[in-house]
Design a protein around this ligand. Structure first.
Ligand SMILES: [Zn+2]
Length: 254
């Protein structure tokens, strides 16, 4: 057993008993952690409302060495996620981020870059940032950080550098663009415009540190490829993906 202090983002809370919650946290230093918060459901419990979804807290966690759950002993609220006060799109954007993190991250795998990215994206959603463009930025950056970046410059099969012209075959299962000769060996090909591939390339670049506004012209195709690509990486459909068109609606009035 060891006691650790770190900052954390609340990704999910589940009722555990009449007085306790199981909390899933994305921590800055310990990766994703599930811990029991004893007394968290009592009206004047030790956590005083700090365990709201997407709240950022300073936490103290007792780590267990065996299979039993870690214990959350303190959570001091730094910042509440106020997406709900601003708009339904911002709230649902927050839900989408929380779900993607839970589905993509393994417990205890340490990803400080993913933590920093999430803080940045929540600030956009919580403030005046473009919601749909911020979510595309989040998706492409986290996929890259976790080793799932789609190949946008060379064939996934033979490695040949490809010039991005007209429409390019993109293999959803293969994980990126594919040349004419390797194409027949790939299943689930979608044809993607060269400018959309270039945009994916820009948005997943490690040096990009804030979302870039995506034009109405490019968003539809980008989101559609990304949705199918993410479903393949996860092996399932994220529940909040169905809300993305509604989230994007006000941002992309032609
Ligand atoms: Zn090839």
């Amino acid at each position: 057993m060891s006691t650790e202090q770190t900052t954390a983002i609340v990704l999910r809370t589940v009722e555990f008993s009449e007085t306790s919650l199981i909390v899933t946290l994305l921590t800055k230093d310990l990766g994703q952690v599930s811990a029991i918060a004893k007394g968290a459901r009592r009206p004047k419990g030790p956590f005083e409302g700090s365990l709201d979804l997407l709240a950022v807290c300073r936490v103290v966690i007792i780590r267990k060495n065996n299979d039993s759950l870690d214990i959350l002993t303190e959570a001091k609220l730094h910042r509440r996620f106020r997406g709900a006060d601003r708009s339904l799109e911002r709230l649902y954007g927050g839900y989408y981020v929380a779900e993607m993190l839970r589905l993509l991250l393994d417990d205890h795998a340490d990803h400080p870059d993913v933590y920093d990215l999430t803080i940045k994206v929540l600030q956009q959603l919580d403030g005046t940032g473009p919601v749909a463009s911020s979510l595309a930025f989040f998706d492409l950056q986290i996929l890259r950080m976790l080793g799932h970046a789609p190949s946008t410059e060379s064939c996934i099969d033979c490695g040949t550098s490809l010039s991005l012209e007209a429409r390019i075959p993109f293999a959803i299962e293969g994980g990126g663009i594919v040349c004419r000769s390797c194409r027949s060996r790939q299943r689930s090909i979608v044809m993607v415009r060269a400018e959309t591939m270039r945009l994916i390339n820009v948005i997943q670049n490690p040096n990009l540190d804030a979302p870039i506004p995506i034009s109405n012209n490019h968003y539809g195709e980008l989101r559609s490829v990304l949705n199918r690509y993410i479903q393949n990486v996860l092996g399932r459909l994220p529940r909040m993906q169905a809300f993305l068109p509604m989230i994007a609606k006000n941002e992309f009035i032609a």
